[in-house]
Design a protein around this ligand. Structure first.
Ligand code: TRP
Length: 452
């Protein structure tokens, strides 16, 4: 144990951990995905279900995943090896760590391409590309952009390089420093944009859409979508949270930290909604425009509103910041494993993992243009990757983490690791993680494979 302590870093404070974990949670999932799926699923009622899922499924699994990481103090692969041994469990539990490392790199390979779009849009906003453009012109800007493999490739490469430079500097020098500056910056930008949204004529219509539940709009499928989003947005199910937990000192309360992180993540998603929906209604856009909601619609607002230049630049800068702190979390399990188990230096591990991820990203880059006709089961490379990771690997990972923590791990070990203030709160967590969360995630899974 002692030798591991020497090579394995620790967060410099509880606050640093909370910032970094919040940075991992808050990303494209909150600012880009949450608004568009809320738009597609009818607003308020969906938001309520999403919040219930975060509370009842997300938080218990987050506690479980952080706990597994901290108990071993190692990367996800070694964590699962060690805990499997400790619990004298079936050897195959070790594959859970592998699943996480692989899922993280797969997700990052396309996440980086989308984050590259956001980076490109910072420049577009800055050079005034959106001025006086109508919806058709804005759509043309987007279509032209994604039709160019060279443009997508350049921005994907720049974004990957930025991520790897931060990761290479290690958790204390790179990651902590980055989030210390990025997270508060993000928050300030969102508050500014919210203040702007308040001045728009569609403000109350936007708020009504977001917060006034109309349960008649809720379908079984939107309930399951809300649950899946709770997973993705909290970064659960693949080792991101586990590896961040492994850098956490023993005296921090995992339950309290998880509640804070999930709360901050939810607030950012709601803030994004409060910014976007007033604009959507003010400029007569469609809430249900799908994944293009931000890239194809918001620039119309930025191009026409007073101060649109500044707010446009700020908005896309915000999106890039949020994506960057999530990307770091997506690659950290692989890097930590290469450093701790394969003995590579952090720099070499970053170059290796970064290059593989960058290369995989080429598939996503080309799937929007050159290879758009190349499909598997009717899906492009990007869609296959998104489906495989978000719809299959994360739910499987989540269910396994919940089952491992609730059923396999020895009770006294989890009790000791969590050190909850009362027996009731431990019991409550155990019930959620052993019964409620696995059953619910199982339903999501059945849904995504098309059984439900
Ligand atoms: N949670 C991030 C977002 O909302 C993305 C992310 C980071 C993630 N790490 C993850 C998603 C691990 C799933 C698993 O954008």
């Amino acid at each position: 144990m002692d030798t591991k302590k020497i090579q394995h870093a620790e967060w410099s404070s509880r606050f640093a951990f909370i910032l970094a974990a919040t940075g991992s949670a808050v990303g494209l999932g909150n600012i880009w995905k949450f608004p568009y799926i809320t738009g597609e699923n009818g607003g308020g009622a969906f938001v309520i279900v999403y919040i219930v899922c975060v509370a009842l499924i997300g938080i218990p699994i987050m506690i479980a995943e952080t706990m597994l990481g901290r108990r071993s103090g190692q990367n996800p692969i070694s964590t699962m090896e060690m805990l499997t041994e400790e619990a004298a469990a079936d050897e195959r539990w070790r594959y859970l760590g592998w699943l996480g490392v692989i899922a993280g790199m797969l997700i990052l390979s396309y996440y980086s391409v989308i984050a590259g779009w956001a980076s490109a849009y910072v420049l577009k906003a800055f050079t005034g590309s959106f001025f006086d453009s109508d919806a058709t012109a804005i759509k043309a800007i987007f279509d032209d952009f994604v039709a160019s493999p060279v443009h997508l490739l350049v921005w994907h490469s720049l974004f990957m390089a930025a991520t790897m430079v931060i990761v290479a500097r290690g958790i204390n020098k790179g990651l902590e420093k980055a989030v210390r500056f990025l997270m508060p910056g993000l928050f300030v930008l969102l508050v500014l944009l919210m203040a702007y949204a308040m001045t728009t004529s569609g403000y109350f219509q936007g708020l009504n859409f977001l917060f006034k539940p109309d349960f008649s709009k809720l379908t079984g499928s939107s309930v399951l979508t809300a649950m899946g989003q709770a997973f993705f947005t909290l970064s659960l199910g693949m080792g991101s949270v586990m590896v961040y937990g492994s850098y956490l000192s023993k005296d921090v309360s995992i339950a309290k930290a998880s509640i804070l992180i999930a709360g901050a993540d939810t607030i950012v998603a709601l803030m994004a909604g409060i910014i976007i929906f007033p604009l959507v209604f003010t400029y007569n856009l469609h809430p249900a425009s799908g994944p293009g909601l931000i890239f194809q619609s918001l620039p119309i607002a930025f191009g026409t509103m007073t101060g649109g230049w500044l707010f446009g630049v700020l908005f896309f800068v915000t999106l890039v910041f949020a994506a960057l702190t999530s990307s770091i979390a997506l690659i950290e399990p692989a890097v930590a494993w290469l450093v701790e188990s394969k003995g590579l230096s952090r720099e070499k591990a970053c170059i290796g993992a970064g290059l593989v991820t960058w290369f995989l990203g080429l598939g996503t880059v080309f799937s929007f243009n050159t290879w758009s006709g190349v499909t598997l089961f009717g899906k492009t490379f990007f869609e296959v990757l998104d489906y495989l990771t978000a719809n299959l690997m994360l739910p499987v990972g989540g269910i396994c983490i919940a089952v491992f923590a609730g059923w396999i791990m020895k009770r006294e070990h989890s009790e000791q690791e969590l050190n909850m203030p009362s027996a009731q709160s431990y019991q409550g967590w155990r019930f959620l993680v052993a019964y409620v969360a696995p059953a619910a995630v199982f339903l999501v899974f059945l849904h995504v494979v098309g059984v439900l």
